[in-house]
Design a protein around this ligand. Structure first.
Ligand SMILES: Cc1cc2nc3c(=O)[nH]c(=O)nc-3n(C[C@H](O)[C@H](O)[C@H](O)COP(=O)(O)OP(=O)(O)OC[C@H]3O[C@@H](n4cnc5c(N)ncnc54)[C@H](O)[C@@H]3O)c2cc1C
Length: 379
C-alpha cells in the first residue's frame, strides 16, 4: 500500500469503476472491486460494439455543453481530466484511437471487446468479488458493505453502479436522489408510420437541430430523436413535437402547374419517401395535381413544414443512459466525495449527469473516475 491505511472498495466494475481501479492500483493501493456480473460487460455494446470512448472536443467548457445534466459540475472535473487525457491514457494501456469525421473517437481496433480485454489485464491485481451489493451503511469509522453473501468493512468506498441500477443500496444513507428517467431513447408517438422509413435532414423546431428521423413500430428513433429525448428527459408525458420535414422552399403550386396530370404522391416522392407520403396523405396522395385547390395545397404544405407528433413515452429497454441519480448538490466536484460522508465517492452514471450520443457518457465515467482516484491517492 502506498501511504496511510486505506481499505478501498469500488462497487460496480463498469467503465468508471474499472478506470478508478486502474488509477489506484497504479498508485500502489489495494482495491476490492465488487460487481454482481462480469467486469466491464457494460462496455461491450457501446458504440455498436466499437466503443465510442470519447469525443474530439478539447476545450473542457465546450465539452461540458454536451451534458443536459451536469454541465457546470463537469467544469471542474474536465479541467482535471478531459478528452486529450482520455486519448493519452488509452494509449498508455495499449489502445490506439482514431477520430471519425463527426468527432467521435474510437479504438483503432474498432472493438469494444479489445478495449475490455486490455483494460481488464491492467486491473487483474484487484480483488474482484462477484457479489450483488445490497446496502452500504456508515459505521463510526468505516463503511459496511452488505452483499447477498457477506458483510465487509472498508475505510473508503467508491460507488460506480451506473445509471440503470440499484440506487436503493443507498437507502441507509442520507443522500438525495433525483428520480432516474430514460434518456437517449426512442419515443412512442400517437400516429405510426411504416417502420423503417427514414426522413433525412429534418428540422426539430423544439430543439432547433437538424437530423434524420427513423420511424419504427413504436414511434420514432435515431440520433435526432435521441437528442430530443435527452433534452426533454425530465418533461412529463404527453408532450408535442413539431418538425419541418423539408426545411427548404417547396413551391408546390409551380410543381402542380408543371405536372398537372401527376398524382400528389408522385410529386412529393421527389422530396419525401413515397411510403411516408402515402401514409401522410392517404386520400389526397391519389389525386391529380390539377384537381388540388389552393386551400388543399396550403394544408399539404402545412403538414410538411409543421409536422406534429404527440409523445406518450419512451421505448422501454432502448434507453442508452439515465437522466437522474445522485443529486450533484451532494458531491464535491473537485474530489467526487460525498459532502455528508467523507471517504464515500460517487463516479460515472450513478450521478445526475448524462450527455448526448457521441462518447460523452463514457468521458464522464473516465473523468469522474480519475478525479475520485486522485483524491484518494492524495489524502
Ligand atoms: C447499448 C449502449 C451503447 C452505449 N454506447 C456508448 C458509447 O458508444 N459511448 C458512450 O460514451 N456511452 C455509451 N453508452 C453509455 C455508457 O455505456 C455508460 O454511460 C457507461 O457505461 C457508464 O459507466 P458506469 O461505470 O457509470 O456504469 P456501468 O458501465 O453501467 O457499470 C455499472 C456496473 O455496476 C454494477 N452494479 C450495479 N449495481 C450493482 C450492485 N448492487 N452490486 C454489484 N454490482 C452492481 C453493474 O453490474 C455494472 O457492471 C452506451 C450505453 C448503452 C446501453
Amino acid at each position: 500500500m502506498a501511504q496511510g491505511y486505506k481499505d478501498i472498495a469500488i462497487i460496480g466494475a463498469g467503465a468508471a469503476g474499472c478506470f478508478c481501479t486502474y488509477f489506484l492500483l497504479k498508485a500502489g493501493f489495494d482495491v476490492t472491486l465488487f460487481d454482481k456480473a462480469s467486469p466491464l460487460r457494460t462496455l461491450l455494446p457501446t458504440g455498436g460494439g466499437r466503443c465510442n470512448l470519447a469525443h474530439a472536443i478539447f476545450d473542457f467548457k465546450e465539452l461540458a455543453k454536451n451534458y443536459p445534466r451536469g454541465e457546470k459540475f463537469l467544469y471542474s472535473v474536465f479541467s482535471k481530466f478531459s478528452t486529450s487525457d482520455t486519448v493519452s491514457l488509452f494509449e498508455e494501456i495499449g489502445i490506439e484511437t482514431y477520430t471519425q469525421e463527426n468527432g467521435r473517437i474510437f479504438p483503432t481496433s474498432n472493438s469494444a471487446k479489445d478495449v475490455r480485454e486490455k483494460l481488464l489485464k491492467k486491473i487483474k491485481n484487484a480483488n474482484f468479488i462477484k457479489e450483488n451489493v445490497l446496502e452500504i451503511s456508515k459505521l463510526d469509522k468505516d463503511f459496511k458493505i452488505k452483499t447477498t453473501k457477506a458483510e465487509y468493512l472498508f475505510s473508503d468506498v467508491v460507488v460506480a453502479i451506473g445509471g440503470k441500477s440499484s440506487l436503493d443500496i443507498l437507502k441507509n444513507l442520507d443522500i438525495n436522489i433525483i428520480e432516474p428517467k430514460p434518456s437517449l431513447v426512442g419515443l412512442n408517438t400517437n400516429i405510426k408510420f411504416p417502420a423503417g422509413i427514414v426522413i433525412k435532414n429534418v428540422l426539430s423546431k423544439d430543439i432547433n437541430q437538424f437530423g434524420d428521423i427513423l420511424f419504427t413500430h413504436f414511434g420514432i428513433s435515431g440520433p435526432l430523436t435521441y437528442t430530443i429525448s435527452s433534452i426533454k428527459a425530465r418533461e412529463s408525458f404527453p408532450y408535442n413535437l413539431s418538425f419541418d420535414l423539408y426545411p427548404e422552399t417547396l413551391d408546390l403550386q409551380n410543381l402542380f402547374n408543371k405536372n398537372p396530370h401527376k398524382d400528389l404522391k408522385n410529386i412529393l416522392s421527389e422530396f419525401l419517401p413515397i411510403n411516408f407520403v402515402k401514409s401522410l396523405f392517404p386520400e389526397l396522395g391519389e389525386i391529380k395535381a390539377h384537381k388540388i385547390d389552393g386551400k388543399a395545397r396550403d394544408l399539404i404544405l402545412d403538414k410538411i413544414h409543421n409536422f406534429e407528433l404527440t409523445i406518450f413515452g419512451t421505448n422501454k429497454g432502448e434507453e442508452t443512459v439515465t437522466a437522474g441519480g445522485v443529486d450533484l448538490k451532494e458531491i464535491n466536484s473537485k474530489t467526487m466525495e460525498c459532502k455528508k460522508y467523507p471517504h464515500l465517492y460517487f463516479i460515472g452514471e450513478v450521478l445526475d449527469i448524462d450527455g448526448f450520443c457521441g462518447g460523452f457518457n463514457l468521458q464522464n465515467a473516465w473523468s469522474t473516475a480519475f478525479v475520485a482516484a486522485q483524491n484518494i491517492i492524495s489524502i
